[in-house]
Design a binder for this molecule. Structure first.
Ligand SMILES: [Zn+2]
Ligand SMILES: [Zn+2]
Ligand SMILES: [Zn+2]
Length: 393
C-alpha cells in the first residue's frame, strides 16, 4: 500500500541511488558487535524473516520466551559429602553496662529528645538476647536468546558462512564479580544475515502520511481556497491554496524508521546472560519483642562465612534455628534454581546480632527500649520526651 501511494504520488524520477545504497567500500566495515541498546525503534523482526539456525529453533523475535535450559552436564551437582569438621563457635556477648552506655549516648545524640528521661530514669530490668541471622546466597546464571534486527549500514555480517553457530551454553561470556546481579547481551556468532527492510519494501523511505506523499498540504492562511476575505489572492500561497508539507519538508517521503533509511536490515540472534544473587535470610528470633522488620536495618557481626560451589547445611551451631534455616535454605535453592539457572557459587554466613531489652521507669511510668546490633543502636518507640518521630533506630 505504502509503495503504491509513493509511486503514484511522486513518480519514478524521484528515486535516485540513495534508495538502494551502493555497496560500501571494505574500509567502512564496522566491527561486530554493534548492538544498539536503545529500543526506541521496532527491534523485533517479523517471523517470516527469520532463518533456521541449528540449536536455536525455539528462538523467537522480541519475546520473553527465549529461555534456554542449560545442559544436564552443567546443572548436575557434584556435592561432595565430606566429613564435616567440628567447628569451634566463638560467640560474642553484650554486657548490661554496654547497654546502659548506649542509651545515654542515644538520648544525648537526638536533637529533639529531652535528655531528662535518660538521665533521670531508673533501670528496672535489662535482658540480653543473643540473636543470629543466617544468610544463604546462591549466585546463578541463566541464558535466553531472541532474534534482533538493526539497520544494516555496511557493518561486518557474521553469517553462517563463517561457521556453525555455537550452542547457547557453549558461548563464552566474561563473568562479572560474583554475588552481584548483572546482565550481558552478546550476538550469537555466525547467526547474522541481511534482509531487505519489510517496513519500506527496501526503499529506505516511506510515503508521508500528512501530505499523502504529494509534498504539499493546504495553505493554512486561506484554508486551501487560494483567496482571502473577498477576492484577495492569498499572499501566503500565491493563490495556489497549497504550501510545502513541513512533515516531510516537501519531499513527499520520510526516512524509514525501521532501517533508518538504509533499506536493509541485519538480523541476528542475541544471547542474554543474566546473573542473579538469590538470597535466603532467616532470623533466629529470641522473642525479644523487637519488630521483625527492623532486623533488616541492623548490622550484625559476622561470626561464620563459607563459600564454595555448593555449601553443606550447618548442623552443629548452638542455636538450632540456624541449623534448620541452613538446611531449608540449601534445599529451597537447590529445587528452585538448580535446573533452570545453574548455581555457580554459594556463600552462607551467620551474623551475631546483639539485642538488649531494657525496662526503665521515669516519673512513675514504665518504658522499654532496645539496643541493637554491633553499633548498639537504640530503638525506643515510647521514649517519653521527644518532639518528633525519630525513634526508629
Ligand atoms: Zn509530507
Ligand atoms: Zn493560501
Ligand atoms: Zn525500511
Amino acid at each position: 500500500m505504502e509503495k503504491q501511494a509513493l509511486l503514484s504520488a511522486t513518480g519514478p524520477q524521484d528515486y535516485d541511488d540513495s534508495i538502494n545504497p551502493a555497496p560500501l567500500p571494505a574500509s567502512s566495515v564496522a566491527a561486530f558487535p554493534e548492538v544498539p541498546q536503545n529500543e526506541e525503534w521496532a527491534s523485533a523482526p517479523p517471523a517470516e524473516m527469520l532463518d533456521d539456525v541449528a540449536g536455536y529453533e525455539g528462538t523467537i523475535a522480541g519475546g520473553e520466551g527465549g529461555f534456554v535450559l542449560p545442559p544436564i552436564s552443567i546443572t548436575e551437582t557434584t556435592r561432595r559429602d565430606e566429613p564435616r569438621p567440628q567447628r569451634e563457635w566463638s560467640i560474642p556477648t553484650i554486657t548490661e553496662d554496654m547497654a546502659r552506655e548506649a542509651f545515654i549516648q542515644f538520648a544525648s545524640s537526638k536533637c529533639c529528645y529531652s535528655s531528662r528521661p535518660a538521665k533521670e530514669m531508673v533501670f528496672r530490668d535489662l535482658r540480653a538476647f543473643n540473636t543470629y541471622r543466617y544468610r544463604l546466597e546462591s549466585f546463578t546464571e541463566s541464558r535466553s536468546t531472541e532474534w534482533k534486527m538493526i539497520p544494516f549500514k555496511g557493518q561486518f555480517v557474521d553469517s553462517s558462512a563463517y561457521g556453525m553457530a555455537p550452542l547457547p551454553w557453549n558461548i563464552i561470556v566474561p563473568m562479572p564479580p560474583m554475588f552481584q546481579d548483572n546482565v550481558s547481551k552478546v550476538p550469537v556468532p555466525h547467526t547474522s544475515s541481511t534482509k531487505g527492510c519489510h517496513s519500506c519494501m527496501s526503499l529506505g523511505k516511506i510515503a508521508c502520511n500528512k501530505c499523502t506523499a504529494t509534498g504539499m498540504v493546504k495553505c493554512w492562511v486561506c484554508k486551501g481556497r487560494g483567496y482571502q476575505f473577498s477576492d484577495d489572492r492569498c499572499t501566503h500561497c500565491n493563490g495556489t491554496g497549497l504550501q510545502r508539507c513541513d512533515n516531510c519538508s516537501g519531499q513527499g517521503t520520510r526516512a524509514c524508521q525501521t532501517c533508518r533509511g538504509s533499506g536493509q536490515l541485519m538480523l541476528f540472534i542475541q544471547l542474554t546472560v543474566q546473573w542473579k544473587n538469590n538470597i535466603f535470610e532467616g532470623i533466629a528470633d529470641r522473642q525479644s519483642g523487637l519488630p521483625l522488620e527492623l532486623y533488616g536495618k541492623i548490622n550484625g557481626q559476622s561470626i561464620f562465612t563459607e563459600q564454595q560451589s555448593r555449601v553443606n547445611p550447618i548442623v552443629s551451631f548452638p542455636d538450632n534455628q540456624i541449623n534448620q534455616a541452613s538446611q531449608t535454605a540449601i534445599q529451597e535453592h537447590a529445587t528452585q534454581l538448580a535446573r533452570t539457572s545453574p548455581i555457580i557459587q554459594q556463600r552462607q554466613t551467620i551474623e551475631f546480632i546483639p539485642i538488649t531489652q531494657v525496662q526503665y521507669e521515669w516519673k512513675e511510668k514504665e518504658y522499654t527500649y532496645f539496643t541493637c546490633g554491633t553499633e548498639n543502636r537504640v530503638y525506643a518507640p515510647d521514649y517519653p520526651a521527644k518532639c518528633c518521630c525519630c525513634s526508629i533506630l
